[in-house]
Ligand binder design. Sequence first.
Ligand SMILES: [Fe+2]
Ligand SMILES: [Fe+2]
Length: 294
Amino acid sequence: MSRRAYAPLAELRLTEHVAKLAEDHPPIPLDSVDFGVRRPREFEARFGHVLDYMARVELEVDRNVLELITMIPNPPELDRHFYADVWQPQEIQHGLILDRLQVELGRRPAETDLDSIGAKLRILGALSHIGAFQDVCRMLYYLTGMATERSAVLAYNLLHRGTLEMGETAIAHTVIGQIKRQEPGHYAYYQLAARALWSQLAGWQRWLVRLMRGISFAPVGANNNSQKADFGDVLASLGIAYDTNDFADQICRVEVELLWARKRGLKAPDYVTRALREAVDLARERAHLPHLHR
Ligand SMILES: [Fe+2]
Ligand SMILES: [Fe+2]
């Protein structure tokens, strides 16, 4: 492939951004964390399952890296450097800290899937040996990254507030506070990358991105009905189950601007609002009919 992965100016901005992230945000040292909880039973009852969901998603970045290697076999060096050397080490540490916290609260550690790669992804990966198709997969990766990181920013902000409200200041400051500071930089990377690549894509590539995004969108970490219901529970505990449309608008603002703005205004696309509502519905259904679910 002789084409550049990014236009020179975009590449410069992204390079500087990654260097700054690496410098300002080393993985959080475990000895900087205070796991002291004043009222463990109450805290576990309110936020234990939220910690579990987030710990799992953070730890599953190991699988996400395998998925990236499969789906984007020849990544731009800048992307590879970002996800392998900066992003993954930060996220894993988030996962380890949150998982340790839930164990401290008497819960079982998160059940993670660290290595299964679906057949669909392998097919995409095979097609991605064609450079122009790989750019379609790259765009899907940046869109997923934006929605995921924005969800993380919002969720950690709400969890931080809730933790402070409960008077758990050690957890709020040294666990959630430290983690939440590292998420906006991830979001910024994907946003810069998405804007840069979108401006380079041809009409047929954009068409394919829209099509595939609509088919494949899922809330972060929600890959089956049980995980979707778990996600719905998280939304409920963070107080966003009644306003999923607003949450949807916030997690895909740039996606809407790039992919859909002219057709739909600034509202989130249906595939996002529908997926969030489905998660909330599945959680409610499970709460009422637990015997239908494992
Ligand atoms: Fe994280
Ligand atoms: Fe992140």
